[in-house]
Write a protein that binds this ligand. Structure first.
Ligand code: GLC
Length: 727
């Protein structure tokens, strides 16, 4: 039984009712649920099974209690704060620009606790759950450790490292009280013109699928089982990275087989790992908005994949369904009936609750759907331990920006660097060299962190505490006095051993980062590079960007090119590689275009890129990773459905070896049945046996990663034991 006030005496209940009458809210006053007795009620008894606690709590909830649990609001939209209890609101979030003042971990924790105490004053004392985008560290909090954005983590090919990062992020998030992270983005970025390319671990389903290890880092092996467990979010379901032209929130035009082959595997893996929430995508599939797609959300995600957590909408995404501004009861009903369990409203919660209640009482949203949504949300709240420990665990507050986390981030930065050119072995640079450093991103924490950094769009400049690339260089070399820095390259002369130009993109997020009209360097960078070239000094380029850029024309002027991606606060990880304290081992997580006109350009599409997916040099010019030996793999056969005379099956292939697979084949005895259709693989049959090989999309599998293919067949499935062999 929690020592915290999980309920209030009748006076508080009367107070709530009074408040409702006084403020005249649009929704009817919640029917008093009846003050529970002082003794722990079943739902308050942590020794009971979660399902039993959910059943008991649901039985005590009024319709308003239930509608409130499906409502998520922006912290700053909550006016007055007591509305959190008055309207029984179950979740609060901080959007990209939502902050506290002063912006410190302590203030965030105090804010969280204050809101939670308000939530706990409701008759049933259901704790609220607070969500935030900690997408590359606890990036809303000034002073937090900012890790490389996902595209850089994809370059590491190291799921274990990503899991460790998830754990570190969970500790920093927990230290501010917050319980829910809208991460990882499992988008498969297929067109680099997309402004969210950097939020993707890579262009093939295997990389995001492998990096779902972040889910385990955040939640733990089991949600809520250990300290600092944070609810993870697999987002954005589905196909956000596959839109035509890379248009953010656009339309993904693919066959179902292609959608399943490219965009579904990461979510399948996240569900296997027990991810507690899934956020839907703004984008559409063949013209149907994901937020309105009952087949994808309810039949595929919840049915076929067996997702038992809850589905949350994206920010005001429901408003988009009818193409008009604002939201309507019809839009809400469409989204909730499609399978949305919690709506990120996020502002006008009174109107939302009025409309949702109207849809339920009119019978357009079945009560069973409301109960199912509540069951899912409450299950995660119970699993998370919120009823027992609703307030901040202050023992983690000190982990925010800790030396240990920054050390992990620096290691991740080093592992994410991809060496694309190293003419004459100019890298690694001698630490005694006389160097000229230039470029707008050489000494700029904001540029090296990118979007979602102490603000939604991020910004250039000293946005938070950390080490710039220049500071890393100065801290590494023998004599910092031999390092000259000028942002624009002014003052360079032939006496320098080399020039290091740190150039690329300034911060952006989401659609504001869409670049349909070219992906070249900006004028400042081109002018700076021109000055350096004119000096005759060898130029080493460090590209700080959220994606490949169109640099083929300038590349011949560069002796070396290091793709640094968006490294975050630990810029010293870049200098570790520049000076050889760490050899580059990163490999491209996305194909590097020969020109922007090639986009979309992806592995296996037959185009000739500047650098192929998976490319990366190390020192000595050899490939950074050993040639993978044929890896071990397993294939698991599951009969998805069967009928008289036929069946549908799904076969899951898992890389059980220690090296990445570049391809696989699975064979098994058909037992007299005959395959009538197959997706996500290529079939051959001989002597009653089936052999299925990978497609171009799902051939490469990192250690531990899975992919799957499906089939329909005539006859009976039996219980085959497929054999898998990897290459
Ligand atoms: C944004 C993003 C989503 C984020 C949400 C809350 O629009 O699409 O990734 O989690 O809103 O900030």
């Amino acid at each position: 039984m929690s020592l915290l006030p999980t309920r209030r005496p009748v006076t508080a209940l009367a107070l709530c009712v009074t408040a409702l009458v006084l403020t005249g809210p649009a929704v009817a006053a919640p029917e008093p649920a009846g003050a529970p007795s002082a003794a722990a009620l079943p739902y308050q008894d942590a020794s009971l099974a979660v399902a039993d606690r959910v059943d008991d709590l649901l039985s005590r909830m009024s319709l308003d209690d239930k509608l409130g649990q499906m409502t998520q609001i922006e912290k700053d939209a909550l006016v007055p704060r007591s509305d959190l209890a008055t309207y029984r609101i179950g979740s609060v979030l901080s959007g990209g620009d939502s902050t506290v003042s002063p912006n410190t971990a302590q203030t965030w924790a105090d804010t969280y606790d204050s809101l939670q105490r308000t939530a706990l004053t409701t008759p049933l004392g259901i704790p609220m759950i607070y969500g935030i985008d900690a997408v590359h560290g606890h990036n809303a909090v000034r002073g937090a450790t900012i890790f490389p954005h996902n595209i850089g983590l994809g370059a590491t090919r190291d799921p274990a490292l990503v899991q460790s990062i998830g754990r570190a992020v969970a500790e920093e998030v927990s230290g501010t009280g917050i319980d829910w992270d809208f991460a990882p983005c499992l988008c498969v970025a297929r067109d680099d013109r997309w402004g969210r390319t950097y939020e993707s671990y890579g262009e093939t389903p295997e990389l995001p699928a492998a990096m779902t290890s972040f889910v385990t880092g955040l939640q733990g092996e089991t949600l809520g089982a250990g300290p600092a467990s944070v609810l993870a979010t697999a987002k954005h379901f589905i196909g956000d990275g596959g839109t035509t032209g890379g248009v953010d929130q656009g339309d993904t035009r693919l066959s179902e087989a292609e959608l399943r082959a490219v965009h579904l595997p990461p979510f399948k893996e996240a569900v296997r790992r027990g991810v507690g929430s899934v956020m839907l995508s703004y984008s559409s599939w063949n013209g149907v908005r994901s937020h309105a797609n009952k087949y994808l959300v309810t039949e595929v995600l919840k049915g076929e994949l067996g997702f038992t957590g809850f589905v949350v909408s994206d920010w005001a995404a429901v408003d988009q369904l009818d193409g008009q501004t604002g939201f309507t009861g019809a839009e809400i009903a469409t989204a909730v009936n499609a399978g949305v369990d919690m709506v990120m409203v996020p502002n006008d919660y009174r109107k939302f609750l009025t409309l949702l209640r109207g849809e339920v009482t009119a019978g357009r949203v079945p009560q069973a759907r409301i109960d199912d949504a509540n069951r899912r949300v409450l299950t995660e709240k119970f699993r998370l331990g919120l009823f027992e420990k609703p307030l901040t665990d202050r023992s983690y507050t000190g982990t925010v920006g800790s030396a240990a986390h920054r050390s992990l981030a620096r290691r991740a930065v080093g592992a994410s660097q991809v060496l694309l050119k190293n003419e004459g072995g100019i890298l690694p640079l001698p630490k005694s060299a006389k160097l000229f450093v230039a470029g707008k991103s050489a000494d700029d924490i904001g540029n090296q962190s990118g979007g979602w950094t102490v603000g939604w769009q991020g910004r250039s400049g000293p946005v938070t505490d950390g080490t710039t690339v220049l500071q890393g260089i100065r801290a590494t070399v023998t004599d910092p006095a031999r390092i000259t820095y000028d942002r624009y390259g002014n003052g360079i002369d032939p006496t320098y051993t080399a020039a290091v130009a740190v150039v690329g993109e300034t911060p952006y997020a989401e659609g504001r980062g869409d670049r349909p009209n070219g992906l070249g360097l900006d004028q400042e960078d081109l002018q700076t590079l021109g000055r350096l070239k004119a000096s005759g000094v060898p130029v080493v380029v460090v590209l700080v960007s959220g994606r490949p850029l169109d640099i083929a024309a300038q590349l011949p002027d560069w002796r070396a090119l290091l793709a640094a991606w968006l490294p975050g606060t630990e810029g010293a990880g870049v200098s570790d590689v520049l000076f050889g304290d760490r050899a580059p081992t990163g490999r491209l997580p996305v194909t590097w275009m020969r020109s922007a006109s090639q986009e979309p350009v992806n592995d296996g599409d037959g185009k000739t890129p500047l650098f192929p997916y998976g490319f990366g040099l190390t020192y000595g010019g050899t490939d950074p990773t050993p040639t993978p030996t044929p890896g071990a793999c397993t294939a698991q056969f599951r009969t998805a459905s069967s009928w008289q005379g036929g069946y549908q099956a799904e076969i899951t292939v898992r890389n059980t070896g220690s090296a990445a697979l570049t391809g696989w084949s699975v064979d098994w005895d058909l037992g007299g049945s005959t395959v009538s259709s197959l997706w996500n693989g290529s079939l051959t049959t001989a002597q009653g046996r089936a052999t299925v090989r990978n497609t171009a999309f799902n051939g490469s599998l990192l250690p531990g990663a899975t992919t799957s293919f499906g089939l329909t067949a005539n006859g009976t499935a039996g219980a085959p034991a497929p054999h898998c062999s990897g290459t």
